[in-house]
Design a protein around this ligand. Sequence first.
Ligand SMILES: [Zn+2]
Length: 184
Amino acid sequence: MGQQPRFYHDDDDWNTLAERLKLTPCPHCQRAGALVRHGFLYGFDDRNPHRKTIRARRIFCSNRNARPGCGRTFSVWAADTIRRLGLTTSGLFRFLRLVLARGLLAGIRDFRGHLSDRTLIRIWNRFRLGGSKIRTALMQRCAPPQLLLEHRPEAQVLAHLHTAFPDATCPIAAFQHTMRTFFV
Ligand SMILES: [Zn+2]
């Protein structure tokens, strides 16, 4: 039995997951053989703040037509999206690097996204408070790089992320896909 999918990279990746749905156990009831596609979750993000994009695919554990499922649903997320945030992982990565380079207020100013200052401060705090959880997850993959002591902890988290996924187009998306958990 395969692991339950939580994230997909792109359409090809999603299609591979979708073909295996019949063999995949439901995360709620653990039964295999009942999962079916059940539509999409749409939302706005920094790709295009005026048009909704697909952020996740819904899966239904079917109890209809004598299927053995539990009737519950769950989502498999595009690896470059972040739940409850109107931001892609690459947008988030750009924002975090701006804040580390220039400080919070200048970072917010220079990010020039569609999000309010208050939302961006909340995102920064979410990242800051989640730092130790992220580092623990990264330790499963590799040791952190040696950094000078004057680097702040948040900079060390991003450096560790780079070391863990050196070839990724977006290291945060790679983190989510590999660790099967949201970055923030
Ligand atoms: Zn189920």
